[in-house]
Design a protein around this ligand. Structure first.
Ligand SMILES: [Zn+2]
Length: 113
């Protein structure tokens, strides 16, 4: 191999390495983007969880019994009085989207194992 050919080979290697690093950088950037997204979601879950804890310590304004989080339909839970003799029985005080409470499903899935 002439000296010139050797130099060209080295340059090609360097260019390949740069391309490899650029690909890696793209993956790292995508991962960082995902982590920022996850973090935002966790932050809002925390706000919802704190609110839920506050709500669950409330009593029904009619009968005074503790309110419950009730599985309402495929997309929502409701916070309501679960006392069948109360006039506010299952009147939603608050509605919570299941997609916002995904960790509740995870918790119940863990518990049922
Ligand atoms: Zn009640």
């Amino acid at each position: 191999m002439t000296r010139e050919n050797a130099t060209v080979a080295t340059k090609n290697e360097e260019v390949n390495k740069i391309h490899e690093l650029q690909e890696k950088l793209k993956l790292v950037e995508a991962e960082a983007q995902q982590l920022r997204f996850d973090n935002t979601r966790l932050q809002s879950s925390l706000v919802i969880a704190k609110q839920l804890l506050t709500d669950l310590t409330q009593s029904c304004p009619i009968c005074g019994k503790k309110m419950l989080l009730i599985d309402w339909n495929t997309s929502a839970y409701i916070l309501a009085c679960n006392n069948t003799t109360c006039s506010a029985y299952k009147n939603p005080i608050r509605t919570l989207k299941k997609e916002d409470l995904i960790w509740l499903d995870l918790a119940s899935a863990q518990a049922s194992k």
